[in-house]
Design a protein around this ligand. Structure first.
Ligand SMILES: [Zn+2]
Length: 315
């Protein structure tokens, strides 16, 4: 067993690659169970599975049901999926209602621990235009207030709009939320922290020197850790690489064509790599892994619960 414990608060375990399917082609058996076990073996004891639309949220809840005390789900529609509101049979109002009903039920069963992934993505307007994104970010924030779950947020290049819509509702959301996969500037990080939000760091948050300066400055009591697998793998070309030299080894990884149940897959990130995310953040901040792990764990438990009790539970 690992001496540290980690919570991967952003893992897309419902992605088809964890069922062995890549770009529509089946390469190997479903290995979700092995992926989770590899994480657990390294001390990753909690997995918050990201829901990105109604169907994916249902799958995330079903997965959480299969791993009680281990996996939890988020429910929401990602900004890049907001076209699904108009495409939904019955239209946007029906989809919003279905999301709310699903969340209330899954929260009641202890399976849904956050509302999201919701937010704004102005880097990828080809998936959904600004108006569309704003309209359904706002409508979904209203659901989050009704169901009283902390937020799991996504923001890309939308600074002002993002903060404006959030600040109006945060007073009604005592557990606030997490801006996951943070890649913004120092100023953005500072204003999100000032709003009372936590910042989620993964491999994508540490690609450049500028990113690392931001990570260094995130207050320890506002930092949470994630992998965002199967995405956001840390690469040799990233600024983070120079801090990885003395990191502990990870399970071996092979090409998907050479898959075996006990190996990770090259190019498919998974929760076991949270160990390296933590290692690099600790180095960048100049603190011990133990101190970082403890802080991040406490922050995640305080905000999302994840089946644990925190003595400092936010009101
Ligand atoms: Zn995201």
């Amino acid at each position: 067993m690992s001496e540290y414990k980690y919570a991967d608060v952003g893992i897309n375990l419902t992605d088809s690659t964890f069922k062995g399917e890549y770009y529509g082609k089946q390469h190997h058996a479903d290995d979700t169970e092995h992926v989770i076990q590899r994480g657990v073996d390294l001390g990753c004891l909690k997995f918050m599975v990201t829901g990105t639309d109604l169907e994916e949220s249902k799958k995330a809840i079903a997965l959480a049901e299969g791993y009680p005390g281990r996996c939890y789900a988020t429910v929401g529609v990602h900004p890049c999926q907001t076209e699904s509101f108009d495409k939904h049979p019955g239209g946007p109002t029906v989809l919003l209602q279905e999301l709310e009903t699903l969340t209330v039920d899954a929260k009641g069963r202890g399976l849904a621990t956050a509302f999201g992934e919701i937010g704004l993505d102005y880097d990828r307007l080809h998936f959904a235009g600004k108006e569309q994104q704003l309209k359904y970010f706002e409508a979904q924030l209203d659901i989050a207030v009704k169901v009283q779950l902390p937020l799991f947020l996504h923001s890309r290049a939308a600074g002002e709009d993002f903060e404006r819509l959030l600040s109006a509702r945060l007073p009604s959301l005592p557990r606030r939320g997490l801006v996951h996969s943070f890649t913004g500037t120092m100023e953005e990080m500072e204003s999100l922290v000032a709003l009372g939000l936590d910042i989620g760091v993964n491999g994508c948050s540490m690609k450049t020197e500028e990113n690392l300066d931001v990570v260094k400055a995130i207050p320890l009591e506002r930092l949470q850790i994630e992998t965002d697998g199967p995405w956001c793998e840390m690469r040799a070309s990233h600024a983070s690489a120079k801090y990885k030299d003395d990191a502990q080894g990870l399970p071996k990884s092979v090409k998907k064509e050479k898959w075996t149940a006990d190996s990770m897959v090259k190019g498919r990130n998974e929760s076991a790599t949270i160990v390296h995310v933590v290692h690099v953040i600790a180095k960048v901040k100049g603190i011990s892994t133990a101190e970082l792990c403890q802080a991040a764990w406490n922050n995640s438990i305080k905000m999302f619960g994840l089946g644990e009790t925190s003595d400092q539970q936010r009101p």
